[in-house]
Design a protein. Structure first.
Length: 182
């Protein structure tokens, strides 16, 4: 199952969105081991098209994992100490990006060149030092307040179960209908 938010424009917003998703992943860390043992996988990541939530695994426990992930996305608090650690890790990874394998670099450049609204790794990395814990707190609220969701549910699900999952996600994150121009 996939969920995504509205587009994220500009290097500053993309840097903040990446920090938010990294902080969500950090908050979910306590569930990752148990989920993996149960054959379940989740990922939260961002790109210029929005924030994505991906959940997969055995369908008998998928709803439980989805509910836990959604509750964490909705309720997580940005803690000062975790923010500092996650931000430092992210700044370091953007700084070290130039040392990565050329095939990884070319994929990032191709994405930047072919996706409308995308920013280069260098521009996003340059925005990161200016991001504070307060800007992330307000950005998280802004991002979740304009939540629009698109779902793709596939696999061993009947229509009713898929609709229950989408209703669960929509109600937990207070999704809304976007205006036609968006």
């Amino acid at each position: 199952m996939w969920c995504r938010t509205p587009a994220i424009d500009g290097a500053a917003s993309q840097a903040k969105a990446r920090l938010v998703t990294d902080l969500i992943e950090d908050a979910l860390e306590e569930y990752s081991y148990d989920a993996k043992l149960a054959g379940l996988v989740y990922t939260v990541y961002s790109d210029v098209k929005g924030i994505y939530l991906y959940v997969s695994g055995y369908n008998d426990k998928l709803a439980v994992l989805l509910e836990e992930v959604l509750a964490t996305v909705r309720n997580f608090e940005v803690k000062d100490e975790r923010f500092a650690i996650v931000k430092e890790r992210l700044v370091r990874s953007y700084r070290n990006w130039e040392l990565s394998a050329p095939k990884r670099q070319i994929v990032n450049y191709m994405t930047w060149l072919t996706v409308d609204g995308g920013s280069s790794i260098e521009k996003i990395g340059a925005e990161l030092p200016a991001v504070t814990v307060e800007t992330i707190r307000s950005f998280k609220q802004e991002l979740l307040s304009q939540m629009h969701m698109e779902f793709l549910v596939h696999g061993n699900f009947c229509k009713e179960d898929a609709l229950k999952l989408t209703d669960l996600a929509s109600s937990m994150l207070n999704a809304r209908i976007l205006p036609p121009q968006q």
